[in-house]
Ligand binder design. Sequence first.
Ligand code: AMP
Length: 215
Amino acid sequence: MNLLIMGPAGSGKGTMSAQIVKDFDITHVSTGDMFRDAISKQTPVGLEAKSFIDQGKLVPDSVTDRMVKERISQDDCLKGYLLDGYPRNLGQANALDEITKEINRPIDLVINLVVDYEQLVSRITGRRICKECGAIYHIDNNPPKVESVCDICGGELYQRSDDTEEKLAVRYQEYKNLTEPVIDYYREKGLVHDVNASQDAEAVMNDIRIILEAV
Ligand code: AMP
């Protein structure tokens, strides 16, 4: 099963993705995580991506498409993959069509997480992430047992540099202008399942599970 998960920043893509790949034994491919990893390792891709990410802007398609092609061609994606954060514009959607044709691993279904803007602001500004294992917390809704320490691995929690209200506004505008047309593109193909992601995480995951178990 090859899936896309879509929705604006703060809609819960990361949290839901972690649960989906665990329950359905597929591989999580997050372009945001790949870029952050490349930046921390100072690879050529990381150096190119950093200034775009710092501004809340999209990294150029040429860099992103190449990175995704390499990643989903790997053997661990043979059992199925969940793409999170890609495609984010119509050019990337066309590139993904080409890539999936070439490697014969087509998209089966798109999960679209729907949340209103006010809720995104509170989720994003309160979000904290573990430096070690990537687990996601929220200072009010899902705090760790000990402040700034991951419950799972004891790693230190940090706030992403683009998780501010100001940068969210830019990211949300990019989402509206560039990414919503991608959802329409897949909707026309009959692949999109909308999920009410304003609910608590457990209820959202239940709705997703019902959709995926029906496939
Ligand atoms: P995310 O973790 O998905 O919110 O992504 C963080 C940042 O990485 C985005 O704001 C973009 O700057 C960059 N990024 C992630 N995925 C893509 C993509 N598909 N195309 C271009 N830039 C991306």
